[in-house]
Design a binder for this molecule. Structure first.
Ligand SMILES: *Cc1c(COP(=O)(O)O)cnc(C)c1O
Length: 355
């Protein structure tokens, strides 16, 4: 398809230490493509740099924006770099596009853009379990305050090293069930990775953090009786005979990690059931010991144990605030698949082609 490459004249070297944190360090290049007059223009890779936007650009006023989040990992044996199920993120990006009234991106070109950009800045892919975070983004750039979909867009991809969520060891999460605010409603945009969902969550998350919690658990907006998901992760509950998680619909972000965990559960002979978890039952079962484990899953934290849940003014402890065996097995299996080091689902990793 021919992606034009405009190389950075004096690219900075990758950082020497590995204190990357999350989302603050980026490689010297970015992928860019503009949409106008009803079609996409020439795709190119450019030096990383500021964007020039008209202050009336629609994205700045009405939030017509979508993004994706995925990772590439280094195989410690041969230093090859692998993306994890990028086809799923590409498809989800186009689903978000459709809901936010934005133009679709050709899947093949999207994939080629990922390979070309990651290969170009390959030196920036850290040792596992640190990873290269990939952030495809689309914004409405048309300068107009009319509340209609824009006719100009910018699609770009940023990449940068991020530290492992587990750098300080496995720490079970302490979560607050959010009883005042809701994340999304039926017919809304909860299934789309669009900026507004995250802007709306900042206040409830800040309040929870100020109260000493790591994150919040969202309930469904209608009955407020069932668990939907977390701020940027899905959530599942482990019983002796089943593992339950909320079914995806239009209120839940359909996580690639969630989908992968469900398939692995099948491989391991666990009974993965998609049914709305009733928060009252989850808490009662945590108290009686019937609930064995709970975990969060997403690209950032892979699979992370949940140690405490706060609901209705009471705190419930799960698995004695440690990591349970099912959570551990799912996390370790996924981590070894990520680097291309597992007999499970080698088809899930896509090796970055070399130019
Ligand atoms: C991205 C995201 C997830 C997890 O999706 P993954 O594809 O597993 O990273 C879950 N919930 C929300 C709200 C998200 O934005």
């Amino acid at each position: 398809m021919g992606i034009k490459i405009n190389l950075h004249k004096s690219p900075p070297a990758p950082p020497a230490d590995d204190n990357y944190g999350f989302g603050t360090t980026f490689t010297p290049h970015m992928f860019m493509m503009e949409y106008s007059d009803g079609k996409w223009g020439e795709p190119s890779i450019e030096p990383y740099g500021n964007l020039s936007l008209d202050p009336a650009a629609k994205v700045l006023h009405y939030g017509q924006e979508i993004f994706e989040g995925m990772k590439a990992y280094t195989n410690p044996k041969d230093r090859s770099v692998h993306m994890f199920r990028p086809d799923m993120n590409i498809k989800r990006f186009n689903k978000s596009c459709a809901r936010m009234c934005m133009p679709q991106v050709d899947e093949e070109l999207f994939m080629e853009a990922l390979h070309t950009l990651i290969d170009l800045d390959r030196d920036w892919t850290p040792e596992s379990p640190s990873a290269l975070y990939i952030r495809p983004t689309m914004i409405a750039t048309q300068a107009s305050l009319g509340v209609v979909a824009a006719d100009k867009y910018l699609f770009y991809i940023l990449i940068g090293p991020v530290g492992s969520y587990f750098a300080g060891g496995i720490k079970p999460l302490k979560l607050k069930v959010e009883e005042e605010f809701v994340r999304s409603a039926k017919g809304g945009v909860g299934f789309a990775k669009t900026g507004g969902n995250y802007a709306a969550s900042l206040l409830p998350i800040k309040r929870a953090k100020d109260e000493g919690f790591d994150q919040i658990i969202w309930l469904d907006a209608e009955s407020r009786l069932t668990v939907e998901e977390m701020g940027a992760m899905n959530i599942a509950f482990v019983y002796a005979d089943k593992i339950i998680t909320a079914p995806v619909g239009d209120t839940i972000l359909n996580g690639v990690t969630r989908d992968s965990v469900g398939i692995l559960c099948g491989d391991f002979g666990y009974n993965w059931i998609e049914t709305p978890p009733i928060i009252k039952e989850i808490c009662d079962d945590a108290e009686s010991g019937k609930l064995l484990e709970a975990f969060a899953c997403g690209t950032a934290a892979v699979v992370t144990p949940i140690g405490k849940i706060h609901y209705g003014g009471k705190e419930y402890t799960i698995t004695g605030n440690t990591e349970g065996p099912v959570t551990n097995r799912l996390r370790e299996t996924l981590c070894s698949i990520h680097t291309g080091n597992s007999e499970f689902h080698p088809e899930w990793v896509t090796k970055i082609s070399t130019s």
